[in-house]
Write a protein that binds this ligand. Structure first.
Ligand code: GUN
Ligand code: ZN
Length: 442
């Protein structure tokens, strides 16, 4: 048994537009107790830890820091780690010029392994313990990713990218045939899905780079294996949307996926910047989720996602970095951008709703909330320890704040991976910020 002392914050539900305080628990002088299997047994006030749990327990002192559930990155490309911050293009040109060539390099298993290790280490350093990951077209990239995730005991979703449409994919990065892609996907599902903490996501890249036959295959495979996930991109960029309309017709981009039977309660659609009420209603009715990637949407000039409309219509939304459309692995950095996107739309995103979004909200979007996302007893103890004094500016703002709510908002807007003091996976240390860079404490 291990008792982690510190301020503890976690969410039981979405705080909603009014910041309903029954949606979260905050224990400023708190304790999180984790058993030897890595499961949460208690989260509450330090004084309330039952003596039977204290007896013989090891205590880890994070007093002065904030312990929150590990962040959930609902959309990230590990194959794009080395093109982060690539200049000057919007989506379709950016894919051709930067993303596809980078992804082609994943054909080399040793390279793929090194890149997956790099990406997972950057996620842990940013406090992210679960992600929904696009690897690359190559089946070996999935092996590389899941091997690295398994070595670190992480709860991760991922899958081989599917892309077979000749007119929109380069010769060097295209599935040979739908049948070959199906065989590879089936083999990968058999090899990895449900192994330890890993789950498989069938990953058609986007309608534009897939043929009708590929989308039909995905739907058929998912009907056979409704326990696996589906992840793809949708309605990100106006030029992309126009091309999808030319190829598929239909009422909307979401409607295309709907026609192929791809809207399910295990489906995750990245972006959905340009969708309407009818799309949102179908997504809510089918239990489909959205990965909101605010930094990527700004970097690629895609547009401003309407999170409030999605929430109002009952669509489950998670937060995503979309590396390398996005420029940071930090979900705090993503929240900073999410807040600004909400402002530009005339809305807002409170600190409580933001931290919900990055933790339990993400877990719900990935249908993993029975395992992760909060500190309810029995859940897996993946968590991160945040430092309100990580930088001089954050420390100064924290010092000047009157309330916890103000401090939390400052952390959400000013924090990034520098604010992560430590990250734990199943109650064991997975990342510790180097002591030489340890904040700006006196
Ligand atoms: N749509 C299809 N592929 C991608 C990708 O790699 N990044 C982003 N941002 N959008 C996509
Ligand atoms: Zn993406």
């Amino acid at each position: 048994m291990t008792v982690f002392r510190g301020s503890v914050l976690h969410f039981l539900d979405d705080p909603g537009e009014t910041d309903d305080p029954t949606a979260w628990e905050l224990f400023e002088d708190g304790a999180l107790v984790v058993d030897d299997e890595g499961k949460v047994v208690f989260a509450g006030h330090a004084w309330a830890v039952p003596s039977r749990l204290r007896t013989g327990a090891v205590t880890v002192d994070h007093q002065g820091y904030l312990i929150v559930p590990g962040f959930v990155d609902t959309h990230v490309h590990v194959s794009e780690a080395d093109i982060i911050a690539s200049y000057g293009e919007q989506l379709l040109q950016w894919l051709q010029r930067y993303a596809f060539p980078a992804e082609a390099r994943f054909g080399d298993p040793a390279y793929a392994r090194a890149m997956c290790a790099f990406a997972l280490e950057r996620m842990l350093a940013a406090g992210t313990t679960t992600a929904s990951v696009h690897t690359s077209l190559h089946p070996g990239s999935v092996d590389a990713f899941f091997e690295q995730a398994q070595q670190r005991n992480l709860r991760m979703l991922g899958g081989k990218v599917l892309m077979d449409r000749e007119s929109t994919t380069p010769d060097y990065l295209r599935d040979d045939s739908v049948q070959a892609a199906e065989t590879q996907t089936r083999e990968l599902i058999d090899r990895w899905h449900g192994r330890g903490r890993l789950g498989y996501s069938i990953s058609p890249r986007l309608a534009l780079t897939c043929t009708e036959d590929m989308l039909t295959m995905v739907a058929r495979l998912h009907r056979e294996r409704p326990d696996v996930w589906i992840q793809t991109h949708a309605a990100e960029n106006p030029q992309e949307i126009a091309q999808v309309r030319e190829i598929y017709g239909g009422r909307s981009y979401i409607d295309v996926y709907d026609r192929f039977g791809l809207l399910t309660d295990k489906s995750l659609f990245a972006h959905c910047v340009h969708i309407d009420d009818a799309d949102r209603a179908r997504m809510a009715a089918t239990g489909s989720s959205i990965a909101f990637c605010p930094d990527s949407n700004m970097f690629l000039g895609s547009g401003l996602f309407d999170i409030e409309a999605a929430w109002r219509q009952g669509v489950t939304v998670g937060l995503g970095s979309d590396i390398a459309g996005g420029t940071s692995y930090s979900q705090l950095y993503q929240l900073n951008h999410a807040y600004k996107v909400a402002q530009l739309r005339g809305g807002r995103l409170s600190a409580y709703r933001g931290f919900y979004l990055a933790t339990l909200g993400g877990a719900r979007a990935l249908r993993l909330d029975e395992h992760i996302g909060s500190f309810r007893p029995g859940k897996e103890a993946d968590f991160t320890v945040l430092d309100f004094t990580a930088t001089p500016v954050l420390a100064h703002r924290t010092e000047a704040a009157d309330t916890f709510t103000e401090r939390l908002f400052a952390l959400m807007v000013l924090g990034d991976e520098q604010a992560v003091a430590a990250t734990y996976v199943l109650g064991r240390p997975a990342y510790e910020r180097s002591r030489t860079r340890c904040g700006h404490r006196p």
